[in-house]
Design a protein. Structure first.
Lengths: 479, 480
């Protein structure tokens, strides 16, 4: 893919059209072309070349420009959220960041501040863009944590960047073309949307901050589709309520990363008249299935025609429709491994399938229903129960806004069932407890813990392996 | 192989969108709206009926249908594994593509009645009563022909391009000027049988977007645009000109949100001037061919073509007669290399040899590249005249003219009408036997590809020393 050629094509075809816009910045195609070439030249002078692996930790509008500069220089790159830690799995040669990172040497760090901006402006534009050295060149790394917590990376070759443009992600299947993606820039979703926008010469809308600045961008631009994790969309709704912002134009909301709770859906419905969709997929293979969330009906996910999905038992035998089992799926040209992580590769990539660690079933129409996570089944003294089943009861109780079930080791060393919950104004503990007695007779919830907020990762998934620690502070342990 | 499998499963795409967004529009053509759920069911039912009538994998099938009827039939043929091609209702058949079947609104004088499937009330009822077809899971050969598209480019004769399943897949993702502007929704005024119309319809199905099409002379087009919030219109200069005329008659104009994308041939300065005078819309020139797909584009909103910008994945070379590349600003033959481009014409080795060499496509255009790398098209290497995508060889017309009674000498040429659109005109040296009415009605039958719009009686046809007709001189003389 000739990124340098595409930049100059649109800089000439529609120089004054917007290439990138966020809450307070607008960059046209001619500015983008100039910025990227100046940044690339500055980095080249500082010895970044095709042999360099560069990590960026920048707000998305800066990150995308620096990333394009690294692409036309032919360097390998990956993005991480501002202020995150570096890990031993993927060690960059350079860091380009807003601030110094405790894990990284100062002399290999570019600080992007006003001095950097001045230096860029005084630099000539890169004349000949070398680009990636070969189609197989590792052009881009993507970070994924899942719920296991361990950092893993996927590597995408230069030629597969093109495939990224061709594949539609969940955020592009429904709604209008001009959408805002709430995913942070390092994620595959946001990167793909940015690259597709550039390739088609249209505006990449992004937002670096999910605070009062978000309604600003939503009102200013013709954005009719929003996508993000349930948590991101919920906090967007909070901001809309706080700022008294109405969004009559917003027609479609696409939730992904984890399944939304009924409370989250109700809140979105109360404040937005948009159609709501739930998208299921993974960083590893991209989009898998999607369905509309319709009041009063439980729909299953319609599976992408590009995906081969099966429900299997523990011995990888395919189960019939209606039976809950382990979900595995495959796609043409899918990744076959994680970078530098043999153990994780062996666990998640088996028999030419990717095993995302989810359980579920296919209904009579072949639609997918997710029921839980394979690795999260709680083993309470030999009796197994999925945390989702426990949480569902709380979430159906009036006044419970959010809930997380987990195993807690009591002072006698026995594993007990615990539930953390967030209460609303109508909450009654008696009602919740009696619901549990009625619906979960085989288990007793040993401890109900009221919390301000359920901890969730960037995709909105509950980090169950260290939930007790997060709730009770360090030293506490669960299973 | 896996990639091809995805393309074969048109029914899987249909099933997916019908499941995910059943009530959203898949296809709108000014007469009909078809949702994804309707398109899915209807296509599978049509497939059943076509199978019952005997259409089989590998059969070549011609359709002569309005777009909203054509699209489900075309998809049904794709599911069966037949090769399809669409022609306008009045078109005639030729030797290069002889279909086994014809699916049309009525019987065609040139085609066997037994192998004609007439899409009438009976057919509609039969489809309604049919069971949905259950597509086979068997893989088709990726080199199987899926679609023929006709083109008059290069020589002015009808030729056919054949697309296999794998060609189709690479074309699906090739860019085009309509994707660069507006909100992504666009109205296509081109005939459904044109190569890009077919690929755009496939692309819309692949992406789960609505495909909008209509004839240019639909006088409710402005309401159509408003109803579906369409901001971009694609068509040939002729089609856009008809559309703009209707708009003017209705007292409407296009504001700055709108984009006109002109393809097929370059618009005349006069036409652009007229559009600019009354409208604030953006205007883009899109250049490409049925053989290669999109090649280059430029913005002509404010001033006439500053030269075309070549899209990064296209290679454009300017060469001399010996295929040596010329330097900047030198006029020569243009040749193009685009990934996924066609490499031959179907059943036509002569034309293939003329137009496809060394991995390049020779369009017959002449031009040069300026210092800034922009492409300028100056004319044609042969005498073919481009009437908004319909290319006509004037020598062929001259030969026909000379067979008419009372004509001593004749020359055909292009003449701009009052809106700047090129029309076919003839200059004739006649004797006393000549009767204009008889002549025109005879030509109407003999030459169906374009209408003779003006007849000029002259004392002599202007020729150079070699006897070559100076057609430009005629155009210049009568344009004034």
């Amino acid at each position: 893919m000739d990124i340098s050629g595409i930049l100059s094509f649109f800089a000439k075809l529609k120089p004054d059209a917007l290439a990138i816009a966020d809450d307070s910045n607008e960059i046209t195609f001619s500015q983008l072309d100039a910025n990227v070439r100046r940044i690339a030249r500055l980095l080249q002078i500082n010895e970044i070349d095709t042999s360099s692996l560069v990590c960026t930790m920048l707000p998305s509008i800066l990150d995308w420009q620096v990333t394009l500069a690294l692409h036309i220089l032919g360097a390998s790159s990956f993005s991480k959220p501002v202020g995150s830690r570096l890990d031993p799995v993927l060690k960059p040669d350079w860091l380009i960041s807003k601030q110094l990172n405790p894990d990284f040497p100062e002399d290999k760090t570019f600080i992007v501040d006003s001095n950097f901006g001045k230096a860029v402006n005084q630099t000539d534009k890169l004349k000949d863009a070398p680009g990636f050295t070969s189609p197989e060149f590792p052009a881009r790394y993507f970070f994924t944590s899942g719920t296991s917590g361990a950092s893993k990376y996927l590597v995408v070759s230069a030629e597969n960047l093109l495939a990224k443009i061709r594949h539609q992600g969940g955020s592009e299947l429904v709604g209008d073309r001009d959408g805002l993606n709430l995913w942070q820039f390092g994620s595959t979703q946001s990167y793909r949307v940015a690259l597709r926008s550039l390739n088609e010469g249209r505006t990449f809308y992004t937002c670096g901050y999910y605070d009062y600045r978000l309604p600003k961008i939503l009102k200013k631009y013709p954005i009719r589709t929003i996508s993000g994790s349930p948590i991101q969309v919920s906090s967007m709704v909070d901001t809309l309520i706080q700022t008294g912002t109405k969004l009559p134009r917003l027609g479609t909301v696409i939730l992904g990363g984890s399944a939304p709770t009924q409370i989250q859906i109700n809140r979105i419905r109360q404040h937005l008249s948009a159609r709501i969709y739930n998208s299921y997929g993974s960083t590893e293979l991209g989009f898998v299935s999607m369905h509309e969330i319709v009041e009063g009906r439980t729909l299953g996910g319609v599976i992408s025609p590009e995906v081969k999905l099966e429900i299997v038992d523990e011995n990888s035998a395919v189960l019939p429709k209606g039976e809950v089992g382990i979900i595995r799926y495959a796609k043409a040209k899918m990744p076959k491994s994680y970078f530098n992580s043999e153990a994780a590769t062996n666990e998640y990539f088996q028999n030419d399938f990717f095993y995302p660690g989810d359980t579920g079933f296919l209904d009579e129409s072949g639609y997918l229903h997710i029921s839980g996570r394979t690795n999260e089944v709680m083993n309470l003294g030999g009796v197994k129960i999925s945390p989702e089943r426990v949480e569902e009861i709380a979430l159906r109780t009036i006044g419970v806004l959010d809930a997380a079930a987990f195993a807690l080791i009591d002072d006698k060393g026995v594993k007990r069932l615990a539930l953390a919950y967030v209460k609303g104004p109508e909450f009654s503990k008696e009602i919740m407890e009696s619901n549990y007695q009625a619906e979960l007779s085989e288990f007793r919830v040993a401890k109900f813990v009221e919390v301000e907020e359920i901890p969730r990762n960037e995709n909105g998934k509950i980090p169950r392996s260290n939930l007790a620690e997060l709730i009770f502070g360090s030293g506490s342990k669960n299973d | 192989m896996e990639v091809v499998q995805k393309m074969i499963s048109a029914h899987k795409k249909l099933e997916f969108w019908a499941g995910l967004k059943p009530d959203e529009l898949a296809f709108v053509d000014g007469k009909k709206e078809i949702t994804f759920a309707e398109l899915n069911i209807h296509t599978l039912k049509v497939t059943s009926v076509l199978r019952e009538l005997g259409i089989d994998r590998g059969d070549l099938v011609c359709t002569m249908l309005p777009a909203y009827l054509d699209w489900p039939v075309t998809l049904a043929l794709q599911i069966i594994g037949a090769t399809s091609f669409a022609k306008p209702t009045s078109a005639s058949f030729d030797l290069y593509a002889e279909p086994k079947w014809l699916i049309a609104l009525k019987e065609h004088p040139q085609f066997s009645i037994q192998n004609t499937i007439v899409v009438d009330q009976n057919f509609a009822e039969r489809v309604n009563d049919a069971e949905s077809y259950i597509p086979s899971q068997e893989l088709l050969d990726p080199s199987n022909l899926m679609r023929l598209c006709s083109t008059s480019g290069t020589s002015g004769e009808t030729k056919y391009l054949a697309y296999s399943f794998s060609d189709m897949f690479s074309r699906l993702f090739s860019p085009s000027a309509v994707t660069f502007v507006g909100n992504g929704k666009f109205l296509n005024l081109m005939h459904f049988g044109a190569a890009q119309s077919y690929f755009w319809a496939q692309r819309a199905l692949n992406a789960g977007k609505t495909y909008f099409t209509s004839g240019a002379s639909n006088d409710a087009l402005f309401e159509f645009l408003r109803k579906y919030s369409i901001e971009t219109i694609y068509g040939s200069p002729q089609q856009i000109s008809i559309f703009m005329q209707n708009l003017r008659n209705a007292g409407q104009n296009l504001d700055s949100n709108f984009n006109l994308v002109l393809g097929g041939s370059a618009p005349s300065p006069k036409m652009l001037e007229m559009i600019r005078e009354e409208n604030k819309c953006s205007i883009f020139n899109s250049h490409g061919s049925a053989e290669t797909g999109f090649i280059s584009a430029c913005d002509v909103t404010l001033k006439d073509a500053p030269g075309l910008l070549i899209y990064p994945n296209s290679i454009v070379e300017v060469v001399d007669e010996n295929d040596s590349e010329l330097s900047e600003n030198q006029i020569g033959l243009l040749r193009y290399k685009v990934p996924g481009a066609c490499t031959s014409y179907l059943n036509n080795p002569d034309q293939t040899k003329k137009s496809f060499r060394d991995g390049f496509f020779y369009s017959g255009d002449m031009g040069y590249k300026s210092d800034d790398g922009r492409l300028h098209i100056t004319g044609r290497s042969n005498e073919v005249i481009n009437f908004g995508g319909v290319k006509i060889n004037p020598e062929q017309v001259d030969a026909l003219l000379l067979t008419e009674i009372g004509i001593q000498d004749a020359a055909s040429f292009a003449l701009d009408d009052e809106t700047g659109i090129p029309k076919l005109a003839v200059a004739l040296v006649v004797d006393h036997e000549f009767d204009e009415e008889v002549f025109l009605s005879a030509m109407k039958v003999k030459f169906t590809r374009a209408k003779i719009s003006r007849v000029f009686k002259v004392n002599a046809v202007p020729r150079n020393q070699n006897g070559k007709i100076l057609r430009r001189e005629l155009s210049r003389k009568f344009n004034n």
